[in-house]
Design a protein around this ligand. Structure first.
Ligand SMILES: [Zn+2]
Length: 370
């Protein structure tokens, strides 16, 4: 194997990457094996709940994947050990030499210092804060390694899928929180403080009447267009005797939830809107306006070729007329709030990759090392 990565990414101790028996065993591959003599890259996507791993070829095709619960593994070295064991077992199963594994990429949540490759802030990964993640990864896997924020990894996977070359892309994730992964000039962009793409905390309303945000400030996108913000706006607009006209949802349940002080969900709002509920449609349209404003600011700053929308709160996405209407509303809001050269040229679409995006993106970032 020829390694061309900088010295600092090279292993510092002799190879010892035989599988161990004290870690959960990764499943055998269920996807198509890679063609013979194809370079392979290991992607690791670590969250507070699950660790996802995958073997990806140089063109971005995922050939095997597995996952396991994060809490029993606890420490970075045990997580990385699980990942390299998965790669070894899978490549043996394919009768491929381990030397075909060229590099390893790691995607992590939280605020990542992209110079030291240490997490400066993270929720749900106790013990990971301040650890030299890339060094541990190199020592454990005996391969060149790179660490990237998970949102940026997902954005990079979408960028690779679209073969955007040196163009820029942002992947905005809508859900309980709102964030974005950013790829600028063909490379994931973490920012000097690890906070690039924090679009949920872009201010879209100002003054004392602006809604408070979970971060302590006011008027941020997340307080209007995060899941809790959407539900809060619906409840604030709803007359006390409001009854939805939706046939698809359980009116009694919604009435009970409403009067018990329990929130609706973005999903039930989308279902009611699909049945023509005017109030829910209005709330979704407003959400599109807010998201579009923030994307407009992002567009005016970065001027990216593509902005994608992902996450759990796309109101059905491409699969439903409600989701497609939401996307149209966002596009209109972007063009209404930007220069024509910006808003008229940005492609705003739904994202294509689902849960595998972080693993794929981590592997594709690793590919850049070779
Ligand atoms: Zn905020």
């Amino acid at each position: 194997m020829t390694l061309t990565a900088p010295d600092c990414m090279q292993p510092s101790s002799p190879p010892d990457i035989s599988p161990r028996n004290d870690l959960p065993s990764a499943d055998m591959p269920a996807l198509d094996p890679p063609p013979v003599a194809t370079d392979l890259f290991l992607g690791i996507d670590v969250g507070g709940t699950n660790v996802k791993v995958g073997l990806v070829d140089g063109s971005g095709v995922l050939h095997a994947k597995a996952s396991t619960a994060t809490p029993p593994l606890k420490t970075p070295d045990r997580v990385f050990r699980y990942a390299i064991d998965f790669a070894i077992r899978t490549m043996r199963h394919w009768d491929r030499p381990i030397d075909d594994l060229m590099a390893v990429g790691l995607a992590v949540p939280g605020v990542l210092d992209t110079r030291e490759f240490q997490l400066r802030e993270v929720v749900n990964l106790p013990g990971w804060l301040g650890q030299p993640l890339r060094d541990i990864l190199v020592d454990t896997c005996q391969r060149p390694a790179m660490v990237v924020n998970d949102a940026n990894a997902a954005a990079y996977a979408e960028h690779s899928l679209r073969k955007l070359g040196d163009q820029s892309l942002a992947l905005v994730t809508l859900g309980t929180g709102i964030g974005a992964g950013v790829v600028t000039a063909g490379r994931p962009h973490g920012g000097d403080h690890g906070c690039a793409g924090e679009v949920g905390h872009i201010a879209i309303e100002f003054g004392d009447m602006a809604l408070p945000c979970t971060c302590g400030s006011r008027g941020h996108l997340e307080s209007y267009a995060g899941a809790a913000g959407v539900i809060a706006r619906l409840r604030a607009s709803m007359p006390e005797d409001y009854q939805t006209n939706s046939d698809q949802i359980d009116r009694d349940q919604i009435s009970r939830d409403l009067y018990a002080g329990q929130p609706w969900t973005p999903r039930s709002i989308a279902m009611a809107a699909a049945d023509g509920d005017a109030l829910c449609l209005q709330i979704i349209d407003q959400t599109g306006d807010y998201v579009g404003r923030a994307i407009g600011m992002l567009g005016q700053t970065l001027d990216p070729a593509v902005v994608l929308l992902g996450g759990a709160m796309t109101f059905g996405g491409d699969q439903t007329s409600t989701g497609r209407g939401f996307l149209e509303r966002i596009r209109r809001s972007v063009t209404d709030t930007t220069l024509v050269q910006v808003g008229g040229n940005i492609q705003v679409e739904f994202a294509s990759l689902g849960n595998d995006a972080g693993t794929l993106g981590a592997a594709m970032v690793a590919k850049n090392l070779t």
